[in-house]
Unconditional design. Structure first.
Length: 56
């Protein structure tokens, strides 16, 4: 999300277009903070596994 921390009280959304603002709003409303971090960790594992497999 463009380096924005979605669960801060007053995130600066001034650099986002309308579509990005709507996506940001959806994330804050419907995705619990713990779920977001779980998704980020899972994605990092997938990327790490892919990078490791390319070394072979």
């Amino acid at each position: 999300m463009a380096g924005i921390r979605p669960y801060r009280r007053q995130p600066d959304l001034s650099g986002l277009d309308d579509t990005s603002r709507r996506a940001f709003d959806w994330l804050r409303r419907y995705v619990p903070e713990r779920t977001l971090y779980n998704w980020q960790n899972a994605a990092a594992r997938v990327v790490a596994l892919d990078l490791r497999s390319r070394d072979d």
